[in-house]
Write a protein that binds this ligand. Structure first.
Ligand code: HEM
Length: 449
């Protein structure tokens, strides 16, 4: 068969497409898919001549299953200025594989289960001060919980002044990255200029330095203490490479920053979306509350998060609101034919999570929030891919799903909430995620005895 020509997402010049994609990525991708279908060239990230967005499950399966062969998983340059050169995001090949091996054990299901009670307690702590009639922004409230969780997973249970300072700085850092000027700077490296605190990039760099000082101080204290615990920092400090060398302070710092940022932002957005969708769909809310009342009592947190309808709700949230709408990049290493398109070495390829999750052939009426679809059918890992796949599949997927389900279950079992406005919530870019534009304003109606 003659190879097909790769269609262009748009006829607009590259700079204009980059701007459109930066400001409204979902609209840009929807328009491109309507024009081109399953695969198109979207030259909106980096300087590569061809940047392909792919949304056909078969093609995605090929990319993820061969990302050490015809494809490689290159460093994620977009995130490097934020998390540093030694972050797992910025590593490739053998070093990347080694780093993942090091990072993954603490994120294993058996380990994550230990955080169940902590998550429940933190959820109660942030909701308890509210009284009936109070309104609040769900995203802000949930962020308090998820930042504390990740700080404890990464550093262990070492609450104190440094912990509080880090928490405040991380919250501020996360809020700043929704500024469109900062987001533009992420995609247009020429704008990454530190012109002091008054500019978005300069302000972010100042915050980053303050966070770094605290991280380095913690690393130094731990080195002196030589304490052995199960948190990620301890495990990383104990790890050695093939030559018996431990990680340097710089390497430890970049990895901690990566986990702290990656570990709360997307999860926060997912829980805010979950609260929105279940309260927007009373039928689902009722069914979920019924499951929690009749089958959730007395279960351990881990067992609770295995309940079928709660799991279906969580999956449907991650599908319809596709928080991370794109995978990290893969690069063609040797020529390969993908869906009748010939791809040449150097071509950048992204699995388009958002477009795949909105394919009507996989998810009929894709804009409808209907968790039942996940009970009626089993989706493959290239059809449902909120956490990506292959060599760079998210290492926090178990923690994220555990948190989403547990916090949602805890809130719904204890509190009666409602949405403050009947207006539909719109997705808005926050860094490399999409979050509910208003943060989801809610009202506490009462508590459940
Ligand atoms: C709802 C929450 C989350 C979503 C939707 C999400 C999504 C993703 C996606 C799509 C990728 C890229 C995968 C690929 O290219 O194949 C990724 C990578 C990653 N995620 Fe997550 N993530 C979430 C939560 C977390 C948490 C809680 C952590 C833990 C600390 C985390 C740590 C990471 C790391 C370290 C990588 C890079 C892996 C690598 O480069 O090898 N994420 N995530």
């Amino acid at each position: 068969m003659t190879p097909r020509t790769i269609p262009n997402a748009s006829d607009a010049p590259r700079w204009l497409q980059t701007l459109q994609y930066t400001l409204n990525p979902l609209e840009y991708m929807d328009q491109a898919a309507a024009r081109c279908g399953d695969l198109f060239n979207a030259p909106v990230i980096g300087k590569h001549a061809q940047v392909l967005f792919v949304s056909h499950p078969k093609a995605i399966q090929t990319i993820f299953s061969r990302d050490t062969q015809e494809f490689i998983a290159p460093p994620n340059q977009l995130l490097q200025p934020i998390v540093g050169d030694y972050s797992v995001f910025g590593l490739a090949g053998q070093r990347h594989r080694r780093e993942r091996k090091l990072l993954m054990p603490p994120f294993h299901r058996d380990h994550i289960g230990h955080y169940g009670e902590l998550i429940v307690d933190l959820t109660n702590n942030v909701l308890e001060p509210l009284t009936p009639g109070d309104s609040f922004i769900a995203r802000g409230l949930v962020q308090e919980i998820s930042i504390e969780v990740i700080l404890r997973v990464v550093f262990g249970l070492h609450a104190g002044q440094r912990f509080d300072q880090l928490k405040a700085l991380l919250m501020e850092f996360s809020d700043r990255i929704q500024n469109p000027l900062f987001i533009s700077a992420l995609f247009i490296p020429a704008l990454q200029k530190n012109w002091g605190k008054v500019t978005p990039w300069g302000y972010l760099k100042t915050l980053q330095q303050q966070i770094s000082q605290l991280l380095h101080a913690e690393i130094q204290d731990r080195r002196q203490q030589r304490a052995h615990s199960q948190d990620i920092l301890s495990l990383l400090m104990a790890a050695q490479d093939e030559d018996g060398q431990p990680m340097s302070a710089e390497e430890l710092h970049d990895e901690l920053l990566t986990l702290l940022l990656a570990g709360h932002e997307a999860t926060t957005n997912a829980i805010a979306w979950a609260l929105y969708w279940v309260h927007r769909t009373p039928r689902v809310l009722e069914k979920l509350k019924f499951e929690l009342e009749t089958e959730g009592n007395g279960l351990t947190p881990m067992a609770l998060t295995q309940l079928p309808y709660l799991t279906a709700v969580c999956n449907e949230v991650l599908r319809i609101s596709s928080i991370a709408f794109l995978s990290f990049p893969r690069e063609v290493a040797t020529p390969i034919t993908l869906m009748d398109f010939n791809l040449q070495p150097g071509t950048r390829v992204y699995a388009c999570i958002y477009l795949t999750h909105h394919r009507p052939d996989l998810y009929p009426e894709p804009d409808e929030f209907r968790p039942e679809r996940f009970l009626e059918r089993k989706y493959s890992m290239s059809e449902f891919l909120p956490f990506g796949g292959g060599m760079r599949r998210c290492i926090g997927d178990v923690l994220a799903q555990f948190e989403i389900k547990l916090i949602l279950a805890q809130i719904l079992s204890q509190y009666d909430l409602s949405l403050a406005s009947p207006t539909p919530e719109h997705p808005k870019r926050r860094g490399v995620n999409v979050a509910p534009a208003s943060g989801v304003k809610m009202i506490l109606q009462g508590t459940i005895k």
